[in-house]
Design a protein around this ligand. Structure first.
Ligand SMILES: Nc1ncnc2c1ncn2[C@@H]1O[C@H](COP(=O)(O)OP(=O)(O)OP(=O)(O)O)[C@@H](O)[C@H]1O
Ligand SMILES: [Mg+2]
Length: 250
């Protein structure tokens, strides 16, 4: 069985999608078979980022309209990665997004079961690493993603609000679910690849500075593939090494 990584944060706009995408791209470039799944059903990003027009969305799978294999688009030929890089997108159409806000508890519980089934099938089909790009906070779909993950990477912005809300999530979700967790400090005023630092008792893998060209980066060509020497890529490499270490220790 491969490893499942949820990229999460307490607040929105911390850089989850940007980091998840670049981790997925770099790991597949290194030769791992990677599946990146858009679990941000209330604010999907991946189809827009990569200009994807899938015939089936993750929403269709959750509505029992297709198998999980039907939602994936293989970006390996386009990005020329050694390993397979497949993306499953959630539907960004406003009607589909509104529908997710209205689902009841039974639907949410069934969605968790379907996610577990999807995970099994994804790994049976040769995926080594499943990366879940989640929405912020404690929406049911984010908590489901954390629940099925082996490893949670929580992206924190160095400000009071982010620290406070992350502390709540650490205590109320990650610890409750007994998750192995790391922090990624993003949009920091410092660049720190090596310092052994902890925030809220959780190890920080890296402090990534605020970088203007990342803000406007077109993820169709993730910077981790196009610019190996970029400091953002160096940070992504450090995060990938942490995931690899976890995989081999597992
Ligand atoms: N270190 C950084 N420096 C500058 N810009 C960054 C950095 N990291 C991410 N960004 C940019 O910040 C914006 C928000 O990032 P992203 O969409 O990945 O956040 P998110 O946490 O996924 O948001 P949401 O909660 O809405 O899903 C994007 O334009 C992204 O390119
Ligand atoms: Mg996002």
């Amino acid at each position: 069985m491969g490893v499942t990584v949820a990229v999460h944060s307490s607040k929105g706009g911390t850089g989850k999608t940007c980091i998840a995408t670049n981790i997925a791209a770099l790991l597949s470039y290194k030769g791992y078979n990677v599946c990146l799944l858009d679990m941000d059903l209330k604010g999907p990003s991946l189809s827009a980022l990569f200009n994807l027009y899938p015939k089936r969305w993750f929403n269709d799978y959750l509505d029992d309209k297709c198998d999980i294999e039907n939602i994936f688009i293989d970006l390996s030929p386009q990005l020329k990665t050694k390993g397979r890089f497949i993306i499953g997108s959630s539907n960004p159409d406003i009607v589909a997004v509104r529908k997710i806000f209205d689902v009841n508890r039974n639907w949410q519980a069934k969605a968790l079961k379907l996610l577990l089934d999807a995970k099994k099938s994804i790994f049976m089909n040769g995926t080594d690493i499943l990366i879940l790009d989640t929405g912020a906070g404690i929406e049911f779909e984010s908590v489901n993603a954390i629940a099925v993950a082996d490893l949670v990477l929580s992206v924190i912005i160095p400000n009071k609000i982010s620290y406070f809300s992350t502390e709540q999530i650490v205590k109320g979700v990650y610890m409750m679910l007994e998750k192995k967790c790391y922090l990624i400090e993003n949009m920091s005023s410092v660049y720190n690849l090596s310092e052994n630092k902890e925030i809220l008792g959780i190890p920080v893998i890296v402090s990534i500075p605020c970088i203007c060209d990342i803000l406007s980066n077109d993820c169709t060509n993730p910077v981790s593939l196009t610019n190996p020497n970029h400091i953002f890529t160096q940070s992504i490499k450090k995060i990938c090494s942490t995931i690899e270490e976890y995989m081999y220790d597992k």
